[in-house]
Design a protein around this ligand. Structure first.
Ligand SMILES: Cc1ncc(COP(=O)(O)O)c(C=O)c1O
Length: 450
């Protein structure tokens, strides 16, 4: 076992150390070589060391260097080395973090991490929280708690009686709502399309003055960090408008909520603590390994009412809170281990510095591309840059060529009718030199593309 684990560690370290010497995207040859995995189901056991070698030799080259310094696609953080190390240790522990009593260590780490995060992200003290796979499921959790609370207020028990015959709930979203919210609404029986859509401004921010009058059970879903522009809704104005009428405000803050942890960008989240529930990701801006999302709810009882599970054989009562009372899953991995490690290592100052650096790098990126004649389509308020290189066809050609070039990686989007390259600077590892090298590579491709 020792030889095998040392071999795995050596291979993993070599992978990370050589990331900078390869293109960010895997080569066509590496992808073609994946066919080496396509064998008949093995009849007999194999040497574990040989299997690990096959995994590394075929699998590693076919990865995209998301752990590297110049991956700017989607919104993807890297893994701070100590969080990867903690992930290895937690893998060895192999704890099923669903139940607090049999897994006191990891459950306690989750409890502490949630408390620290509530403080760091400027959420109301005493809020409840849950570790989930990502912001999609965190949105699901927040909205499940919302569904519980707004129906309970009108005397309906949705967990017991379902939605058949229930009083209707009005769901209000901005026109730029993230599809993970829409999907969550579908999973909760609230309907992907049965929503009131409020117009947004040129950056994608929900316009508070366009919110319709509120009556009856209502959930309003706001956003911190538009997936394209990075723009944050004006939560203070939204809450002032809908909370007096009793609406539940849920915030999709997959990455934008982390502005709360900065000295420079906290103004973007003003009013955050007036909302009722929040979704965010630690695998984005806290830079812990995949997967790790977080749901927070001001009233922990609403989340527990929506999620708790009981059975005679499940020990749920104990001194440490029982995590599966707050999550959709029962069995799951101990995500709090890496989060605790990141918070304990970086501290408030280290986290602020990491996020502020990414925001400054995004501005640097935009300035260099603009100076090179490219059109920046958004206000670079956070870590997102939208850039067009001419018409849609040329912009797509440039993006394809940049991905092929391999110096960096960024994807395509359409923003309010314009096709654009979408750059997201979210990694702890990215340096100013990486931004300069990437901007140069993009401009080189732009000049060579007709
Ligand atoms: C605003 C927003 N909400 C939700 C999500 C979904 O997050 P996840 O992929 O972690 O489920 C994302 C992902 O980028 C996002 O940007």
């Amino acid at each position: 076992m020792k030889t095998l684990l040392n071999d795995a560690a050596a291979r993993a370290i070599r992978y990370i150390e050589t990331l900078d010497q390869r293109g960010v995207a895997p080569t066509p040859a590496a992808i073609a070589a994946l066919r080496g995995f396509d064998e008949p189901l093995p009849e007999k056991s194999s040497d574990p060391a040989a299997v690990l070698r096959q995994l590394d030799e075929l699998g590693s080259p076919a990865t995209t260097a998301m752990a590297g310094r110049r991956f700017f696609g989607f919104v993807i953080g890297g893994s701070i080395p100590v969080t990867l190390a903690a992930n290895w240790l937690a893998g060895a522990w192999d704890q099923n973090a669903g139940l607090g009593k049999p897994t006191p260590g990891v459950s306690y780490l989750e409890e502490i991490s949630l408390r620290w995060l509530i403080e760091l992200l400027r959420l109301p003290p005493g809020s409840g929280g849950a570790f989930v796979t990502g912001a999609t499921v965190a949105n699901f959790c927040g909205l499940a708690a919302a569904r519980h609370a707004v129906l309970r207020r009108v005397g309906w028990n949705v967990e017991a009686d379902g939605l058949f015959g229930a009083p209707p709930i009005t769901v209000i979203v901005g026109a730029e709502v993230h599809p993970s919210v829409t999907k969550s609404l579908g999973m909760l029986g609230l309907g992907r399309s049965r929503v009131v859509k409020v117009p947004v401004d040129g950056q994608g921010r929900l316009r508070p003055d366009q919110i319709p009058p509120i009556s009856g059970p209502t959930i309003l879903i706001a956003q911190l960090g538009n997936v394209n522009t990075g723009a944050c809704d004006d939560l203070a104005a939204i809450c002032a408008r809908v909370k007096p009428a009793g609406a539940w405000v849920h915030v999709d803050g997959a990455f934008g909520l982390w502005a709360a942890a900065t000295r420079t960008h906290a103004h973007l989240i003003a009013g955050v603590n007036e909302a009722d529930s929040w979704a965010t990701d630690a695998h984005k801006w806290l830079n812990v390994p995949y997967d790790c999302g977080l749901a927070f709810v001001r009233d922990p009882h609403a989340l527990k009412a929506a999620m708790a599970i009981t059975a005679e054989y499940l020990p749920t009562e104990g001194e440490i809170r029982n995590p599966s009372d707050f999550t959709p899953e029962l069995s799951r991995r101990a995500r709090g281990v890496e989060v605790w490690t990141a918070l304990r290592t970086l501290g408030r100052e280290g986290i602020a510095t990491m996020i502020e650096a990414n925001c400054a790098q995004a501005r640097r990126f935009a300035a260099q591309l603009a100076a090179g004649g490219c059109e920046i389509l958004n206000e670079v308020a956070l870590n997102q840059v939208l850039v067009a290189f001419g018409d849609a066809e040329k912009t797509k050609r440039v993006i394809e060529q940049v991905q092929r070039d391999g110096t960096c990686w960024a994807g395509v989007t359409v923003w309010q009718g314009r096709t654009a390259m979408r750059i997201s600077v979210s990694s702890w590892a990215t340096t100013e030199a990486d931004i300069d090298r990437s901007a140069e590579a993009i401009l080189r491709v732009v000049r060579a593309t007709s």
